[in-house]
Ligand binder design. Structure first.
Ligand SMILES: [Zn+2]
Length: 71
């Protein structure tokens, strides 16, 4: 499946061969999107900036953000 970012129009694929397109947000736009949400919720826009497990585990994105630290 090939994906096209609905925001910046960047395309990428997930390895599978297909002529179909699917819309979504690319990784960069997801970061921007989530950081914007964090700011709106009164958090720092720290999504995916952490280098170790984040202590702000009341953040809605904590699970997603800390996925790679949780094993
Ligand atoms: Zn994008």
């Amino acid at each position: 499946m090939t994906y096209i970012c609905i925001k910046c129009r960047k395309t990428w694929d997930n390895g599978g061969r297909s002529i179909e397109y699917s819309g979504g947000l690319c990784e960069d736009c997801i970061l921007d999107y989530i950081r914007e949400k964090q700011k709106n919720q009164g958090f720092h826009d720290c999504y995916k900036r952490a280098v170790e497990v984040c202590s702000r585990n009341d953040c809605s994105y904590w699970q997603l953000c800390n996925k790679e630290f949780l094993g």
